[in-house]
Structure formats: C-alpha cells, structure tokens
Design a protein around this ligand. Structure first.
Ligand SMILES: [Mg+2]
Length: 247
C-alpha cells in the first residue's frame, strides 16, 4: 500500500479533529455501563441502575444525575460516584479481553499527528472515564493531556463542549477556526447533530451501536462502514489533504 507522507506544513492545529470514543476509536462493550452499575450499588445499594439508561445520547453529567434522581437518592455525591466508577471501570477493562481499537484508527491518529492536525476528543464520557478507556487500549498517548478536547463532566450538550474547545483552540493556537477547519468523527446520531449544531464538518462511521441506515437518515457529510480505508478517510477530513500528501 502506498505510504502517505507527512505534509510539509506541520503547524499545530491546522485543523481540529474531534474524535468520539465508544464505537469510533475503540470498543469495550458495555464496560462503562457495568462500572456505573457497580458504583451505584457500592455507594447506594441500588442494582442495575443504568440498565436501559440510554448512555451515549447525552452527556454523562446529565445521565448520572437523571439516574440518581430516578433512584430517589437524596444525598447524591458526584465526586464519590466518579471515584467508584473509575476504580470499577479500570478493573473491568483490565479483565476485558475483547476490548479493541477500531480498524484504521491508529493510522489516522498517526497521520493527523504528523500532519499538524489537532487530535481532540469529543465524548460524553467523563474526562477520567475517557482517559481510563483510552489508556486500556493504548490510545491515550495520541492526545495532549493539557489540551485534549471536550468531555461529559459539565452541564450542557456535546455541542456546547465542542464550542468551548474551539474557542480555547483559537486562544491556544492564536488563529480563528472556520467551520471547514473542524471535523467531528463519530458513530452516533448525537455526534452528527452536535457537528451540525456548531457548523462543523462531520464523518459518521457505523462501527458502533447505530446502524448505517439510521446514521444515513441524519444525512452526514460522509458515512463509512469503518475507518480502515485510510486514504478515503483522509480525503473526507480534508479534500486537499490527500492530493497534497500523496505526492
Ligand atoms: Mg460513540
């Protein structure tokens, strides 16, 4: 296969690529939900609190509080819950032999890093949960700890987190980012809608829980069965990138 060469221009933050985690960068099955269930049981004695909770369609901040309210927990302690959740998540991931990085992801992360495109996360996971999951499959090293994206720790929606990161990127890199400079790559309807909401470009991938048909109905700019075809995905990220880098 033809090697894709890094570009001449390595200016950091030439473009912002927002990566979703679950179903896009990696899969760890229902480990996140299981860890939340165990944390709720340890702290409040409630079993299967997150059964059918619809995780991934809203920020974890909101999902956790909704479940706590539905369970009638009066003295809910988000910090204690997070500590218990992360401890359980790390243990469960450690034992999960089926967790995996999605096809093509490492090549794309490597390419983006070499090309001066900023690899950022855009996930409804809590930041600590995102880090724990990505570390478990060796992907955390592709992200800059001091500037790694938007997470589900705060009130609001995924697009609010994205808008805040774009604004922070403008300060960090000292330049404005037009909508065409920002690409969201994700496996869910929520990802596509979040990208549209902030005017960003979007690439949907059907490696998660959502079918290609359902994703297609949201009219994503691009839809792939998986991200294994590196040149095609690079061309989708930026039309001029491939032309320039295959020379
Ligand atoms: Mg996802």
């Amino acid at each position: 296969m033809k090697r894709i060469l890094p570009p001449a221009d390595k200016t950091p933050g030439r473009m912002l690529i927002f990566w979703d985690i679950d179903g896009t960068l990696m899969s760890c099955g229902g480990d996140g939900t299981e860890a939340m269930n165990r944390a709720f049981f340890e702290l409040y004695g409630i079993p299967d609190a997150f059964l059918g909770a619809g995780v991934g369609g809203a920020q974890d901040f909101a999902v956790i509080r909704r479940i706590a309210a539905e369970c009638g927990i009066e003295k809910f302690d988000p910090a204690a819950l997070e500590t218990a959740y992360i401890a359980n998540l790390a243990r469960i991931l450690d034992r999960n032999e089926h967790k995996r990085v999605m096809p093509g992801v490492v090549d794309l992360l490597e390419y983006a890093r070499g090309a001066g495109l900023a690899n950022l996360l855009l996930t409804s996971n809590l930041r600590a949960g995102a880090e724990t999951k990505l570390r478990s499959v060796g992907l955390w090293a592709y992200f800059d700890e001091s500037f790694c994206g938007g997470f589900g720790d705060a009130p609001g929606e995924k697009w609010d987190a994205a808008a805040a990161v774009i604004s922070a990127a403008e300060t960090r890199f000292g330049r404005p980012f037009r909508p065409s400079d920002v690409v969201v790559i994700g496996d869910s309807v929520y990802d596509i809608r979040s990208a549209k909401r902030i005017g960003a470009r979007h690439i949907a991938v059907a490696t998660g829980w959502t079918s290609a048909e359902t994703l297609s109905a949201e009219t994503p700019e691009y839809l792939f069965d998986d991200l294994a075809d590196t040149p095609r995905v690079i061309a989708a990220i930026g039309k001029n990138l491939l032309k320039r880098y295959e020379r």
